[in-house]
Write a protein that binds this ligand. Structure first.
Ligand SMILES: NC(=O)c1ccc[n+]([C@@H]2O[C@H](COP(=O)([O-])OP(=O)(O)OC[C@H]3O[C@@H](n4cnc5c(N)ncnc54)[C@H](OP(=O)(O)O)[C@@H]3O)[C@@H](O)[C@H]2O)c1
Length: 262
């Protein structure tokens, strides 16, 4: 019997797999994998992982199953009442929905982000009522190997998705806007990219390491009649805060729709 079965080794599944192996949480031979992409499976087989020939085989061969397929593919999971620990990272798929599809099992629902690729995922984890510390520890071991974890209640996950699962894309978009703007004024692209990325790390570190509130930190950069306030006024006039709230709502709503199979 394998410790972990992974169904779907795309961007997230593979990042989590590599994190677990690199951090020595599990060895290659303790994992069994299934993905419809045969080429990907062949590469992983060469690395020493056992490849299953079906979803059924993963369920019969592993104690814990990590579901890392897209929400749209969940209807392809045609196994009922396997009585396993199921960990799902799918956006929008609630534990109730998982029970509808897979029947009696122990369920943990997780929302990581692509930071898993560099062991810097920011992951939230929620467990079903009958999950004990023993199962929770298994999930925490997996996701602590690829970053930081926070335990939350399940009905908050869709509303947290805009600030962890999806947030990297919003941050890249914001970064791109400033980089492109600098390039338009003649700054070298690579130089602008490095400056923006490093300034972002500095700003995030200030938020985490400084006792000041975000509002105070903003004020510290904005000298009266200075450069920063001139730009901030433009963002305020464009109602950026309202726009970002609307984007967050759209993201959470889409998670809820995915959970309904839309
Ligand atoms: N990407 C993110 O930033 C992110 C963040 C948090 C959570 N998530 C969640 O993580 C899950 C995976 O996302 P991803 O971005 O890693 O997707 P992905 O790169 O498309 O990976 C999914 C993998 O599963 C394979 N697959 C599809 N149907 C399958 C089946 N029935 N059995 C086995 N394998 C199957 C896909 O193969 P094909 O490509 O050939 O279909 C692909 O290799 C999603 O549920 C998503 O909501 C993603």
């Amino acid at each position: 019997m394998k410790e972990l079965g992974i169904i779907g080794v795309g961007k997230m599944g593979e990042s989590i797999l590599k994190g677990i192996i690199n951090k020595k949480v599990l060895k290659e031979k303790e994992v069994i994998i299934y993905d419809v992409d045969q080429a990907k499976c062949a590469l992983l087989e060469k690395e020493g992982f056992e490849i299953a020939s079906s979803i059924e085989e993963v369920f019969s061969e592993a104690e814990t199953i990590l579901l890392a397929i897209k929400p749209q593919n969940f209807q392809e999971l045609n196994i009922k009442n396997a009585n396993k620990l199921i960990i799902s990272i799918a956006a929008g798929i609630s534990i109730n929905k998982l029970k509808e599809i897979l029947g009696e099992n122990l369920y943990i629902r997780v929302m990581p982000n692509t930071g898993a690729l560099i062991n810097k995922s920011v992951t939230v984890i929620a467990a079903d009522d009958n999950v004990t510390m023993k199962e929770m520890k298994i999930a925490l071991k997996i996701f602590n190997a690829v970053g930081v974890t926070y335990q939350v209640v399940e009905d908050q996950i869709d509303d947290i998705t805009p600030i962890n699962g999806s947030m990297p894309a919003y941050v890249y978009y914001f970064m791109k806007a400033f980089i492109d703007s600098a390039v338009l004024r003649g700054i070298d692209y690579n130089l602008a990219k490095e400056i923006v990325a490093n300034t972002l790390i500095t700003s995030a570190s200030m938020v985490l390491e400084n006792n000041k509130s975000i509002e105070e930190l903003i004020k510290d950069v904005c000298s009266p009649k200075g450069t920063t306030i001139a730009g901030l006024e433009v963002l305020e006039k464009a109602e950026l805060l309202k726009i970002i709230d609307e984007a967050s709502i759209a993201c959470s709503l889409r998670a809820k729709e995915l959970g309904k199979g839309k």
